[in-house]
Design a protein around this ligand. Structure first.
Ligand SMILES: Cc1ncc(COP(=O)(O)O)c(C=O)c1O
Length: 363
């Protein structure tokens, strides 16, 4: 007998989302075949860190890259440096971007930077929003894809137009590319092509890539040299970061080629959700490996309905449903390695059962 949705999800044979359990086996596997005499990195120097930084800089098409323990640290530092360069303590970004809602006001508290919120929180930032902006800003941050609205993306031409406008106006453009690899199949572009529109870029190694933690900030040589000073000031210059770097490097090589598959899997799964009464995905057709599932039922009633679906079919759709205003709820779906292991018949049964149960309540 299970009490919570998470307990039920954790007991399923076929969890649908992610790559696997985030247990310490991830680190053990990364080190399994390695020679124990490899030197560790020391305060940002050494072969392990320098080779990885050079590899990712080349991949992103930027002259230089620096490894940081977190994207939170890397991005606040990048924005601080752009503000210092311009002598303006203002930047612009989406109202639901990571810096605004998940970083305890780090930009304001640590750097006295005032954000300008662009666009309605349920929409993407458009060229029009940027053109209409009254404030003088040092930098515009774009998050691709925009996670908190289901991982939506602007048309590539819109992105190019925003980049051209920023260049013309002397506004620096920064990319929150926490999920950059995941959008490459949809845009049909290389990472370097997309990054060429941006002055600075952050990418992550534990989301779609599935490493333990860690981030890279990439840009021009002088900018990146300066970012190392800030990394030290902020306490991010750990004596050794190799556990993160080695797992990031291996996961990058293993999963980058699978991004196309995750993207097609997301399209397939979203269609199954959209066939259910009272459920729509956002976006309806995913543009990456992620989407949000919106349900016309409150969290509690939907959870009650999901638990027996998990128990009867062994398929775990999610462990975390959240309220979404007036009698509705939602959750995030991010596809990775696990999806390929689910027998299609079992998945089909789970959706048939889910739909039956929803119909009984909604009808
Ligand atoms: C869009 C986005 N930006 C930045 C971050 C910050 O990354 P980190 O957890 O490495 O600080 C996250 C983490 O979830 C994210 O989703």
């Amino acid at each position: 007998m299970v009490n919570t949705l998470l307990e039920a999800f954790n007991k399923t044979t076929y969890p649908v989302v992610g790559h696997g359990k985030r247990d310490i086996q991830v680190l053990k596997d990364a080190f399994d075949e390695l020679d124990g005499t490899i030197d560790s990195d020391i305060y940002g120097t050494g072969k392990v860190i320098e080779d990885f930084q050079a590899k990712i800089a080349a991949y992103l098409g930027k002259p230089s890259a620096v490894f940081f323990p977190s994207g939170t640290m890397a991005q606040q530092i990048a924005l601080r440096m752009w503000c210092d360069e311009k002598g303006i303590r203002k930047i612009a970004y989406h109202p639901l971007c990571h810096l605004e809602i998940h970083e305890q006001n780090g930009l304001r508290e640590l750097h006295q930077i005032e954000p300008v919120l662009l666009a309605d929180k349920n929409s993407l930032i458009t060229l029009e929003d940027v053109l209409q902006m009254k404030e003088d800003i040092a930098c515009l941050l774009l998050e691709l894809p925009q996670r908190e609205i289901g991982g939506q993306l602007p048309a590539y031409e819109e992105l190019e137009a925003i980049a051209a406008h920023c260049k013309a106006k002397g506004i620096k453009l920064h990319l929150d590319g926490a999920r950059l690899y995941e959008i490459l199949p949809y845009y049909g572009k290389t990472a370097a092509e997309i990054c060429s529109l941006f002055d600075s870029v952050y990418v992550s190694f534990y989301k779609g890539i599935g490493g333990i933690a860690g981030a890279i900030l990439a840009g021009e040589e002088a900018f990146m040299t300066q970012s190392k000073i800030w990394k030290r000031r902020q306490g991010g210059d750990l004596i050794s970061l190799y556990p993160y770097i080695i797992s990031a490097d291996q996961a990058f090589d293993e999963r980058l080629p699978k991004m196309e598959q995750y993207y097609h899997d997301a399209i397939e799964l979203a269609a199954m959700y959209n066939d259910c009464d009272g459920i729509t995905t956002r976006p309806v057709v995913p543009v990456s490996n992620m989407f949000h599932v919106h349900i016309e039922l409150p969290k509690e009633s939907f959870e009650k309905l999901l638990i027996p679906v998990f128990e009867e079919t062994g398929v775990g759709l999610t462990g975390n449903v959240r309220d979404f205003g007036e009698g509705s709820s939602y959750y995030e779906v991010s596809l990775g390695d696990r999806y390929a292991d689910i027998p299609k018949e079992q998945l089909g049964q789970a959706f048939t059962l889910l739909n039956q149960k929803i119909k009984q309540i909604i009808a």
